[in-house]
Design a protein around this ligand. Structure first.
Ligand code: HEM
Length: 258
């Protein structure tokens, strides 16, 4: 493993109009939560969107409910964390909502590991969920630890990955519809799908939801790294020229700028 780079200062934040996705992200999150939470508010297992599996242990439903409500807290605080104005104008609120995000995301991810062995759509779905949850937990821990040692570059990178994994649950709603359309179209037309086709659709959507989000996050981080490298090189060039002019013999300096 390469040694950690020295601590870095938080990067300057661009003005809000350069981040046009903040509003849509908050809206999509609100729509998702308003649709996802109601069946669980009454704490009645009979109301659950997917029936509690018969093979599930007694802890399944309470852990599922904790997963859902803590997951909601994680999504709301993630929206606050990526809101540049809040970060700049109210840094204390940013810090506190960041702590709440970590405290909500970790048990939400751990709950996935506890419930996914019992979900009904087979190993493809179970493994896809478990890998997503493990990566979500790991990236959140790495992001938190980077912030503690004030390495804000690494902190931001790990937290972008963590948020991409958190929002995989929102993306899952879209991937599920697409997978159903491809593998089990009968579901969308009110027919009775084949169980294997249904498992295929749910399994594929379980993987696509987070793999695509992570790819997008990595591409975005790569672009930021390139931009920062170019900005760093552009800032260093005049300094190098000035240093060269000072250290070069007088005649040489004059001829090079002729
Ligand atoms: C990596 C992230 C996540 C994974 C892998 C994951 C996985 C799971 C699993 C395995 C279930 C049980 C599925 C079943 O009942 O058959 C579930 C249910 C649920 N999860 Fe998550 N979850 C994640 C994040 C979240 C977040 C952030 C929320 C936000 C509220 C959330 C909300 C729900 C809801 C509402 C259910 C109930 C079933 C449904 O409506 O689809 N999950 N999740």
């Amino acid at each position: 493993m390469s040694p950690d780079p020295p601590p870095t200062a938080p990067s300057r934040v661009r003005p809000l109009p350069a981040r046009p996705w903040i509003g849509p992200l908050a809206l999509v999150t609100a729509v998702f939560l308003l649709h996802a939470l109601p069946p669980y508010v009454g704490l009645d297992p009979g109301e659950a969107r997917n029936a509690v599996p018969e093979s599930a242990p007694p802890y399944y439903y309470p852990v599922l409910v904790a997963h859902i409500f803590l997951g909601a807290v994680a999504l709301v605080t993630a929206c606050l964390q990526v809101w540049p104005r809040l970060r700049v104008r109210l840094p204390a609120v940013h810090r506190w909502s960041g702590r709440i995000y970590v405290l909500a995301a970790l048990p939400t991810g751990i709950a996935v590991l506890a419930i996914t062995p019992y979900v009904q759509m087979g190993p493809n779905q179970q493994v896809g969920n478990a890998v997503a949850a493990a990566l979500w937990i790991a990236s959140t821990v790495f992001g938190y630890r980077a912030a503690r040692r004030r390495d804000f570059t690494r902190h931001r990178e790990w937290m972008v990955r963590s948020f991409a994994l958190a929002f995989s649950i929102v993306a899952n709603r879209i991937w599920l519809m697409l997978s159903m359309a491809v593998f089990a179209p009968e579901v969308l037309t009110g027919g009775r799908p084949d169980l294997e086709a249904l498992r295929q659709a749910v399994g594929v959507s379980a993987w696509m939801s987070w793999v695509v989000n992570l790819i997008v996050a990595e591409l975005w981080l790569g672009r930021i790294r390139d931009r920062q490298a170019r900005a760093g090189a552009a800032a260093a060039a005049p300094r190098r020229e000035r240093a060269g002019a000072v250290s070069a013999p007088a005649g040489e300096g004059r001829s090079s700028h002729a």
